[in-house]
Design a protein around this ligand. Sequence first.
Ligand code: C5P
Length: 232
Amino acid sequence: MQKLYEGKAKVVYLTQDPDKLILYFKDTATAFDATKKAEVQDKGVVNNTISSLLFELLNMSGIRTHFIQKLSDREMLVWKTERIDVEVVVRNIAAGSICKRLGLEEGKPIDPPLVEFFYKKDELHDPLICKDHILMLGLMKEEEVKHVKSVALKVNEILRKFFLEHRLILVDFKLEFGRKGEEIILIDEISPDTCRLWDAETKEKLDKDRFRFDLGDLMEGYKKVLERIKNE
Ligand code: C5P
C-alpha cells in the first residue's frame, strides 16, 4: 500500500479507490508536543476498536463522519477528505490546558459545554484561536465555523450520554474535520488518546493523562474503557 502521510499515532495509506483511505493505528504514544514518547503494546489495536465503535454510533445517530468500516485490528477504511487545520475541543469539566490558561480548578463543571478552537500547526504548538482568527487565516467560512461548532456540541451530547451509560464521564475531547466535496465531515479518531474519560464512581483517569503524568499503566485504563463500552 502506498503511504500518503504518517502522523504521531497513525499512518494514512491510499487505496485502489481514489475516494477512500486506510488509517493504520500505531502503538506510539506521544505527549507534550511529542517531547514525551513511548511504544505501548496494542494501543493501536485498542484505539482502532474504540474509534470504530464510536464512529459507528455517531454515523447511526446522523452525524456525518469519514468512517466506512473497521478492516482489521489496526486498520480502518475511511472517506478521503481534505483536512481542515483546526482542532475543535469540547469541554464538560475543567481539566488540562484550560486549568492552566484560566486558573480553573480541575473537576469544575463547565455548563453549558465549552467549544474551543486550536490552530493545528506543530511549529506554533497548536495555539488557541477564535472564530475571527479562523476567518482571517482562511481556514473556514463563517457558516462553516457555526456548522462545526453545532456538530461538535451534538457529538458531545451523543458521546456524553453513551459513556455515562457505561459508567464513564466524558470530561473533554478533541475533534477534527475535513472537506468532502461541499460537505464538512468528522475525521481522524475518537479514543482515549483524544478524550479525557474518568470512572464515574471513583473518578479514576482512564485516558492519555495516565501517560502524560505517569498515573499508572496506560493500557489498563484504555482496556477498561473498551471493556465497558463493548460489553456492558
Ligand atoms: O490539552 P487540552 O486540555 O487542551 O486537551 C483537551 C482535550 O483534547 C483532551 O481530551 C486532549 O486529549 C485532546 N487533545 C488532543 N490532541 C491535541 C490536543 C488536545 O486529542 N493535539
